[in-house]
Design a protein around this ligand. Sequence first.
Ligand code: ADP
Ligand code: 5GP
Length: 184
Amino acid sequence: MSNPIIVIVSGPGGAGKGTIVESLVAKDPMLWLSRSWTTRQQRDGESDHAYHFVTRQQFQDRIAEGGFLEWTEFLGNFYGSPLPSVDVGQDIVLEIELHGAQQVKEQHPEAILVFVQPPSREEQQRRLQGRGDSAEHVVERLRKAEEEERLGAERADAVVVNDDLDRAVGEIQAIIGAARSQRR
Ligand code: ADP
Ligand code: 5GP
């Protein structure tokens, strides 16, 4: 069996990355979504399965054990992808920010980096507020988005604007389909 395809989905907070990757894995049983570790507090209404929520000590212990494919500090919290354990035949989806994406690309240059952009800053703000982010989180994520979008445009293999969800998901499915047909 050939190596799994690694798809990295990055983009500013509120762009819709989580929504998109959930839809991708629901539609494609051959995709495996990595569950990240984070020291951030769980948001009100956020699923228990969104992350493995841990303390800073637990996170640091895992770093010391060499247990992360990549990790970073983002807006004051640690986030990391545990080393993947994937079933044979599945491809990997990582929903991570750009510093982590760069670490993955250094180890796996063939990984595909998809940068998801919100249709506008106003719509991004509406989405962040709509899902219940605190006012402080909204401001931080909107401010951070400027730098992320500049770097994303430079580094991404594809940029997908998430205005219509089904279209955005379809574009990423097409990217994965093309990579699979090249592998065969
Ligand atoms: P991210 O993971 O990029 O921070 P989320 O997936 O949590 O973003 O999405 C932020 C909010 O925007 C959620 O409430 C989600 O339901 C909503 N959302 C996602 N995609 C769309 C879209 N295409 N149109 C309208 N709302 C969307
Ligand atoms: P949030 O707090 O909004 O859930 O996530 C903040 C940022 O961290 C987002 O850009 C998200 O993609 C990123 N992120 C989530 N998990 C990981 C991870 O395991 N590693 C890295 N590098 N970034 C992550």
